[in-house]
Design a protein around this ligand. Sequence first.
Ligand code: MN
Length: 266
Amino acid sequence: MALDDYRKKRDFTNSPEPSGDKPVRKKAGAPLFFCVQKHLASHLHYDLRLEWNGVLLSWAVPKGPSIDPRDKRLAMHVEDHPIAYGSFEGVIPEGYGAGVVMLWDRGTWEPESDDVDAALKKGELKFRTNGFKLKGSWVLVKTHGFGPSTGSGQAAGNSWLLIKHRDDWAGPVAITEFAPLSVKTPDADFEDILAGGTPELWRNNPPAKGGDTGKMFQKIISRALAISASNKSAAKSTAKTAKTSKPARVMTAAKAAAAKKAGKAR
Ligand code: MN
């Protein structure tokens, strides 16, 4: 089964990630789904996923996709993910991939290579995306041996490059900086997503401690704790009129927390 590797790496009693046991039914001829998840784990990276043959083919892109055709972004081919993963956004408290997952872009894709399976085998897949952030023509090309071994069991043989083709959707813009937020939860950044989970769990034991990633986690955890404290006090004073000065993201996180509670109550 294509999802064996995916399931082997995860403990679904501890992770909110979908197990992929429930098949997602799609109409024949329905457009193919694509997404990019921004994943702050042991290192920040972006996971590009393309629906194909009932799963999401997946590449981890350390620097994230670039719409500048001069950039060749390393993309490590990783295990297939279930289709249901395409709407996942949340907190993985511990274990494989522990950290925060943001749904950074989503939409549909179409191959520009005639035979996708042959293109994947050959190591050169041309395709178009129609997402909120990523649009137009791209190529994923296998490096055939060169490129780093990441030290996490991913051999150099899994290295591909993600390159934007020149078209109306290309330009010298750092898209990950220009559009850093979630496409699932309006205006949500990592701290808002974490505030909807259990930020106190990581107060003394974040998924990464040292370096830039450790610093990012510290910042996000303290912000998430502040958001969740302010949500609690806001919930206590629901009778009071909402202050207009309240930041939009607090409202978003409050809504997300309320929706989560409502979901649990059912
Ligand atoms: Mn990831």
